[in-house]
Design a protein around this ligand. Structure first.
Ligand code: NAD
Length: 485
């Protein structure tokens, strides 16, 4: 069976006889490949290659880097279908999603930062008889650490701004989804990115720890859980690394009685069942004004019951397989907790086991009504297709309840009242607020959480600040003012 090795210095490299793990298709339980874990000598090779690559890459002008990154964007789009299929085998998500979103979002990101690369600049400040200018410089070798829900998109969202700013990157894949970030590395080489500028290593927390504790790494960008985020922040503190943390969420969608009901239901479905619920920004707490509760629930159940669960490689499928057996067990245990805590199960709630789905990790789209803020399904991130419906009476009340959480990733509000929409957007404690939509993430929009959901931003101009460091240069035009003789 094929052994997937790390991609370092423009080629696949590894050690013979190294430790491996199985990469499993979540929809079928089949082993797709064996993956070699990058430990000490391989991680060392990746860091050495990245240091060398970064020096060469930073020597190019921004416009030259942009030209190469644009080629990468084109190649990603040309291979959309092939990459989407690989993504589906690794993640279990429906092919219709992977073809429409995952690779395209990565290509958009390279296109956007290719355009930005040539205009990264500092500023000039005039003083009397002196001036100051600032330089936005690359930080050096960056580490990206990925989660398994959007592997190629996450790799692109980290690599594109990092490379546009003149950095090198070592990307550690999630141990559950190693395939497509390695394909991205091949594409970047083909586009003309010099060897060593983008490297991919595979492995578990041990590989991640080697990278996040190494003093030669200037920055770490993680997409993962809050627990891992805290460990990495602590590790990074020892050498004062810059960090970006894209972490967990338990976001609220607030639907007022004046909202367009069908649109609000669409948003609630997208924000709970897309990628079988494995999306960090999902609005898993849906608060509806009490006067529309019954109409909202009826429509939500009617439309959700039509979702087609099945083979992720079929274009008919709308709900795929959860990433792993343990993760599916965890999601099912939350469904049991919902029932035990007194929530009313109105749809789904079971594993889908009709053949051939019994071989994979399929869980039905699940809706709980009659939820209260203290229930575990309402307080904790489930990361599966489980929606909790709650009601509210007033604006003040719902804002306080929506904010009563350690999470602060995203939120949404549906209303036709313009003033109320903006008032609520300002009061919600979240890094992203959608008004009359949900989970739309254009590359132009900074993406990141507050509170325990994260630090820093990806995408938009904001990402440039996280992948550059500022240097101030003072230029004297007069004499040194010196009180000494
Ligand atoms: P995880 O935290 O278990 O793992 C994330 C990555 O960190 C993996 O590559 C893992 O190998 C690595 N890792 C684990 N321990 C490490 C350590 N001590 N040092 C260095 N690296 C280490 O998370 P997961 O299960 O892959 O992902 C699910 C979580 O990710 C959910 O909580 C979800 O909300 C979050 N997520 C957030 C976003 C976002 O943009 N905010 C996007 C996707 C997923």
């Amino acid at each position: 069976m094929q052994v997937l090795k790390s991609y370092i210095d423009g080629r696949y490299q590894g050690l013979s006889g190294a430790e491996t793990f199985d990469n499993v298709n979540p929809a079928t339980g089949e082993v797709i490949a064996k993956v070699e874990i990058a430990l000490e000598p391989v991680v060392e090779a990746a860091i050495a290659a990245a240091e060398k690559g970064q020096r060469a890459w930073a020597g190019l002008s921004g416009a030259e880097r942009g030209r190469i990154l644009n080629r990468a964007s084109r190649l990603l789009r040309e291979r959309n279908r092939e990459l989407a299929e690989l993504e589906v085998r690794d993640t279990g998500k429906p092919i219709q999603e992977a073809e429409a979103v995952d690779v395209a979002s990565g290509a958009d990101c390279f296109e956007y930062f290719a355009g930005v690369a040539g205009s990264i600049r500092g500023e000039q400040v005039a003083l009397s008889n002196a001036f100051v200018y600032t330089r936005r410089e690359p930080v050096g070798v960056c580490v990206g650490i990925g989660s398994w829900n959007y592997p190629i998109q996450i790799a692109c969202w980290k690599a594109a701004p990092a490379l546009a700013c003149g950095n090198a990157m070592i990307f550690k894949t999630s141990e559950l989804t190693p395939t497509t970030p390695a394909k991205l590395a091949e594409i970047l080489s083909e586009a003309g990115v010099p060897d060593g500028v983008f490297n991919v290593v595979h492995g578990d927390a041990r590989t991640g720890q080697m990278l996040t504790t190494d003093p030669r790494i200037a920055k770490v960008s993680l997409t993962g859980s809050i627990g891992t985020g805290k460990k990495i922040l602590a590790a990074a503190a020892a050498t004062m690394k810059r960090t970006t943390m894209e972490l967990s969420g338990k976001s609220a969608l607030v639907v007022f009685a004046d909202a367009d009901l069908n649109q609000a239901v669409s948003a609630a479905m997208l924000g709970n069942f897309y990628t079988q619920g494995e999306v960090c920004t999902n609005c898993t707490r849906v608060y509806v004004e009490d006067t529309i509760h019954d109409a909202f629930l009826d429509l939500l159940v009617k439309r959700t019951s039509k979702l087609r669960i099945g083979d992720p490689l079929s274009h008919e499928t709308q709900v795929g397989a959860l990433i792993s057996r343990p993760h599916m067990e965890r999601v099912l245990s939350y469904i049991e907790a919902g029932k035990a805590d007194g929530a009313r199960l109105v749809l789904g709630g079971e594993r889908a086991t009709s053949a051939p789905l019994d071989k994979g990790n399929f869980v039905e789209p699940t809706i709980f009504a009659g939820c209260t803020d203290d229930m575990r399904i309402v307080r904790e991130e489930i990361f599966g297709p489980v929606l909790s419906l709650l009601t509210f009476k007033s604006e003040d009340e719902v804002v306080v309840r929506a904010n009563a959480t350690r999470y602060g990733l995203a939120a949404g509000v549906f209303t036709k009242d313009l003033a109320r929409a903006h008032r609520i957007a300002a009061r919600l404690e979240a890094g992203i607020v959608w008004i009359n939509n949900y989970n739309v993430t254009p590359i132009e929009m900074p993406f990141g959480g507050i509170k325990e959901s994260g630090l820093g931003h990806e995408n938009g101009q904001a990402a440039i600040e996280h992948y550059t460091q500022l240097k101030s240069v003072y230029v004297e035009l007069g004499d040194v003012q010196c009180p000494y003789e």
